[in-house]
Design a protein around this ligand. Structure first.
Ligand SMILES: Cc1ncc(COP(=O)(O)O)c(C=O)c1O
Length: 378
């Protein structure tokens, strides 16, 4: 090993490794791809490309997005089912603004993406949680709840859930749709991890199950290209697309990210986005394997888990009682961090869980970080 490599390793060993961070590592943010897409855009750009855009998204971009999703979903995707958003977060916020009223009810899985709780609270919604098992949301529990409450929305992260990594089975997806029709609520399916599969494919996304008119599928380029683009989409019935275009925000400003969408259109049409997705699957798959193997070597006395087949996260269950706050403090002093399970609960539950993301670090740092975590447990 050369001296430079050794020095680099030593420097790396002293840096904080924060497994709490759920975003792509710097080496996976495709600057070259974006440069090529920008150059292609400016070679053929017209002034109309940078004026206010059509409310549901520029037809050029929407057609390209539909084609991209069609290839990846293996099913027809209608352009008139798509509405451009500023990423999944903005889509969730916009859906709440347009389709809910303060005091309304949203039912979510527990555990659930912690920042979704915040968005729902921003809109004055009352959050009720239902548990999950290895097949996703517990629909018996949901059905029991539906005899007592009338939710406006049921929010789910059906594929490679954040934080649990679980995917909802195909049978449950169908049953949830049937429940939405019989009990008159909308399903908001946050499908940001749908395309990040490393071992087999998840069941068909809710985006392909629009016929009954009760589904809004939320997608994003944050996880498959770059979070800073702030570009995503809502896929829903054309009736709801039309309703969303009547929003004051759409009437006043047109679609929320016209310029970026015209650049991303180039990345979609050239095949560069598809190539990047293939690269992400390979790199993340290696990281999953490394994290899984290192956890088995180092932490199997302390935690149990199911190896994730996609997405960003390991959801570790503590085998014995551990004071997670004390563990966090100790871990932090050893230069490693993670998210405690309670963050993903609406009622201080999930105390015997912790979440690790493998997206933000290469294999070497994953090994170092888990070794530090072992010392924290010891
Ligand atoms: C389930 C889920 N939804 C939404 C987001 C945020 O997505 P975006 O960057 O598209 O707003 C994340 C990011 O961590 C997420 O895990």
């Amino acid at each position: 090993m050369s001296k430079t490599v050794l020095k680099h390793d030593l420097e790396g060993a002293e840096e904080m490794i924060n497994f709490g961070i759920g975003r792509p590592s710097a080496d996976l943010l495709p600057l070259d791809l974006m440069q090529q897409a920008c150059e292609a855009f400016f070679r053929g750009a017209e002034p109309k490309d940078i004026t206010y855009g059509r409310k549901e998204g520029d037809p050029c971009f929407i057609e390209s997005l539909a084609a991209f999703l069609e290839v990846n979903y293996g099913q027809q995707v209608r352009a008139d089912s798509l509405f451009l958003s500023g990423g999944a977060s903005q889509a969730l916020d916009f859906i709440c603004t347009q389709l809910t009223r303060p005091g309304g009810i949203v039912i979510v899985e527990e555990p659930c993406y912690f920042l979704a709780y915040q968005i729902f609270k921003d809109h004055g919604l009352n959050i009720i949680t239902v548990p999950m098992d290895g097949e996703g949301m517990d629909l018996d529990a949901l059905e029991a709840l539906l005899s007592r409450v009338e939710p406006t929305l049921v929010y789910t992260i059906p594929s490679y859930q954040n934080p649990s990594g679980v995917s909802m089975s195909a049978a449950r997806r169908k049953r949830l749709i049937a429940l939405s029709q019989s009990h008159d609520f909308l399903i908001v399916a946050d499908e940001v991890y749908q395309l990040l599969s490393y071992h087999g494919e998840p069941p068909a996304p809710f985006g392909t199950m629009l016929a009954g008119g009760t589904v809004l599928s939320v997608g994003s380029f944050s996880k498959i290209l770059a979070p800073g683009l702030r570009l995503g989409w809502i896929q829903t019935s054309n009736k709801l697309v039309q309703q969303l275009t009547k929003a004051g925000l759409s009437n006043s400003g047109g679609n929320i990210n016209q310029f970026t969408s015209m650049i991303v259109k180039q990345a979609l049409d050239s095949g560069l986005a598809q190539k990047h997705l293939a690269k992400l699957r390979t790199v993340y798959s290696d990281r999953v394997n490394t994290m899984d193997a290192t956890l088995r070597e180092q932490l199997s006395d302390y935690v149990s888990w199911t190896k994730p087949e996609g997405g960003y996260f390991f959801w570790l269950k503590l085998i014995k009682h551990v004071d997670v706050k004390a563990l966090q403090k100790r871990a932090s002093s050893l230069q490693v961090e993670f998210h405690p399970g309670t963050l993903f609960s609406n009622n201080e539950g999930m105390q015997n869980y912790i979440r690790l993301s493998f997206a933000n670090y290469g294999q070497e740092s994953i090994r170092n970080g888990i070794a530090r975590l072992k010392r924290a447990f010891e």
